[in-house]
Design a protein around this ligand. Structure first.
Ligand code: NAD
Ligand code: GLY
Length: 373
């Protein structure tokens, strides 16, 4: 699935997402924004809208615009306020209206330049604008590079729960420039590591065990190691997406830690108390506790999760304003995997995920009590 090729003098790692006529390549490397046009081959585009946020735009917008203009494309920039509160239907409609004002047609493209919020929002807008135009994901946060830019899920939030309105709209290309991680705030970098930790406990490949041993020594400045790490995660995701594009089976595994994680994010006011990554980290410990309590996993799984996450400087339990279980249970019931019952991704052990339905609510409440004790 993965190969390596040389573009000009620097190497780019490539991972193919195999989806028949919707297949695409994820390019991973250093300094890719400065030569992005080499990684794209869509001769029919005339206009491009670069959707970004007000933190990422000032840092990287000019580079992207100059490369696209240099390639002969009429280029527009649409900037949204950064952060999870921007992931709304109103904001998506604003983007669609700007695409209309900018004269884009179905033969043009949207570039999502930013973290997962920009990716999900611009992805959603591009999927409904004229019933769908080309989307290029240019993720600039670690979380977006290892996870959200790949796989075609787009979404906006509603007050009751996350990602309740969305589509599947695969990008035509994903460009992960590791160099952009140099300006990512430390807390956001850590949030991305939560998804890396998730992949590491889901996989049976050696890199997952290696991460557990080496997590504490992971240096953000170690670009070659980051390239490898992003590539390993993208390979894990690509395999599950290729096997189950529309999330009816094995793709559920990617939601490990997300059942409680999404509920914490929504209950915490979308970013005010918990970022997506922090919610996932805490949710992983909760899922491990449920796995142990159901007798699926041997005791010790939750403690190994806690050690791994602590080594990555991630939270392992809610702190400060601890939400009531009842409020979280209501939100967990809205999980998109649910068919009216409680459903969670659990682990028999590292590398052995299972999806369980109809989990006893009393057992879950007991596990939450143990999580916050
Ligand atoms: P984010 O997009 O809010 O980015 C985090 C912060 O970092 C923002 O303030 C952003 O402006 C800033 N930022 C991003 N890149 C930067 C850079 N290079 N330099 C400086 N600042 C930078 O959040 P996120 O953690 O990237 O993504 C979280 C979102 O992703 C959530 O909404 C979550 O639901 C979604 N998600 C989607 C999928 C999917 O499959 N579609 C998967 C996982 C998560
Ligand atoms: N992040 C979950 C998925 O892409 O399926």
């Amino acid at each position: 699935m993965a190969e390596r090729r040389t573009v000009m003098s620097d190497s780019v790692e490539l991972v193919e997402v195999e989806l028949a006529e919707r297949s695409y390549t994820v390019s991973i490397g250093q300094g890719l924004l400065g030569r992005m046009e080499e990684l794209l081959a869509r001769p029919y585009w005339r206009r491009v809208a670069v959707v970004t946020d007000d933190r990422v735009g000032p840092l990287y917008g000019a580079t992207v615009v100059s490369r696209l203009k240099g390639a002969g494309l009429e280029t527009f920039v649409l900037e949204i306020p950064s952060g999870e509160p921007s992931k709304t239907a109103d904001r998506a409609v604003e983007i669609v209206e700007s695409l209309i004002d900018s004269g884009l047609t179905r033969s043009d493209a949207v570039f999502a330049l930013g973290g997962g919020v920009v990716g999900d929002l611009a992805g959603f807008a591009s999927s409904v604008f004229k019933r769908g135009i080309d989307l290029v994901q240019v993720p600039t946060s670690l979380l977006a590079q290892v996870d959200s830019s790949v796989g075609g899920k787009t979404a906006v939030n509603v007050p009751a729960a996350k990602n309740q309105v969305g589509t599947f709209h695969q990008p035509v290309a994903v460009i992960c420039d590791i160099t952009t991680l140099g300006t990512l705030p430390e807390q956001e970098f850590r949030a991305g590591l939560a998804e890396v930790a998730k992949y590491s406990v889901l996989t049976s490949r050696p890199w997952g065990r290696d991460l557990a041993g080496e997590a504490a020594s992971l240096e953000r400045a170690d670009a070659p190691r980051l390239v490898r790490l992003v590539k390993e995660c993208v390979r894990e995701k690509a395999a599950l997406v290729s096997a189950d594009e529309f999330d009816h089976g094995v793709r559920h595994h990617l939601n490990y830690g997300h059942t409680l994680g999404h509920a914490l994010e929504a209950e915490g006011g979308y970013g005010e108390l918990y970022s997506h990554g922090e919610g996932v980290a805490i949710g992983m410990v909760f899922a491990a506790l449920v796995s142990e309590a159901m007798g699926l996993a041997e005791p010790g799984l939750a403690d190994r999760h806690r050690r791994l996450l602590a080594d990555l400087a991630l939270p392992t339990a809610p702190a400060g304003q601890v939400p009531e279980y009842g409020a979280l249970a209501g939100r967990m019931a809205l999980d998109k995997k649910s068919t009216g019952d409680t459903v969670m991704v659990l682990l028999e052990s590292e590398g052995k995920p299972v999806v369980k339905r109809g989990i006893d609510s009393g057992l879950m409440e007991d596990c939450y009590a143990r999580l916050i004790s």
